[in-house]
Design a protein around this ligand. Structure first.
Ligand code: ADP
Ligand code: NI
Length: 204
């Protein structure tokens, strides 16, 4: 199979698998990450095939997916083989998707590849800005998590935004990713400020 056909096969497989996914890893998230990654690559370089394929499959092995959507790493490899992706490219792609998650950033033991850096930046960008705000509320709705609480130790949308999402701009790998993250960060700060004012949560 030619690379274009492989990417088309992946796009259709993933959009089918993640249709209506309720925790913010839906097909539209994958679409945005792919587009962001391609735009970053236009400035930063890297293999477009690897970047697009990794963007398409990056959330299929996420622990947060329900059992009928989630693939094991082995199953993902088999799927890539089925699309006739080159064995070396499969290793490269699997390496990207298994090391890029926010949760895994502390256990990363080797330097991230350029393609991995780009897809990770794209994924992190989709967790901030307007899309990021929308996704947090989606996640909270699916998990029954409150918007905010008086007890600051309890999980909430506001806590997640302040403790996790506001840190993402400083974790960007590429120069282009950082520039895009700065814009989204500013927008999110404005949202949080306005939201807290409306809710009577302004810090003294
Ligand atoms: P990744 O794509 O890096 O694996 P996650 O799976 O951690 O990201 O998160 C998916 C989406 O859900 C993100 O938009 C994230 O901000 C949001 N999210 C994750 N954990 C929480 C939480 N405890 N409360 C609200 N939103 C969350
Ligand atoms: Ni993702």
């Amino acid at each position: 199979m030619k690379q274009l056909k492989q990417l088309e096969a992946a796009a259709s497989f993933v959009s089918n698998k993640l249709k209506c996914e309720p925790t913010g890893h839906d097909a539209a998230h994958i679409d945005r990450v792919r587009l962001l990654a391609v735009n970053i690559a236009a400035q930063e370089g890297g293999s477009l095939f690897i970047i697009e394929m990794a963007a398409f499959v990056h959330d299929l092995i996420d622990e947060k997916l329900s059992n009928e959507r989630k693939l094991s790493t082995h199953q993902l490899k088999q799927q890539l083989l089925l699309w006739e992706v080159d064995a070396r490219d499969i290793r490269y792609i699997i390496d990207i998707v298994t090391t890029m998650s926010f949760r895994h950033r502390h256990v990363q033991h080797k330097p991230i590849t350029l393609e991995g850096a780009i897809v990770q930046d794209a994924d992190r960008l989709d967790a901030i800005g307007a899309s990021g705000i929308a996704r947090v509320f989606t996640y909270a709705g699916a998990k029954g998590e409150p918007h905010y609480t008086k007890d600051l130790h309890e999980g909430s949308v506001l806590k997640h935004m302040e403790e996790k999402l506001l840190k993402l701009k400083d974790l960007m790998n590429t120069h282009t990713g950082k520039q895009l993250a700065d814009e989204r960060h500013k927008f999110m700060c404005l949202f949080i400020k306005t939201w807290k004012e409306e809710c009577g949560l302004t810090d003294e």
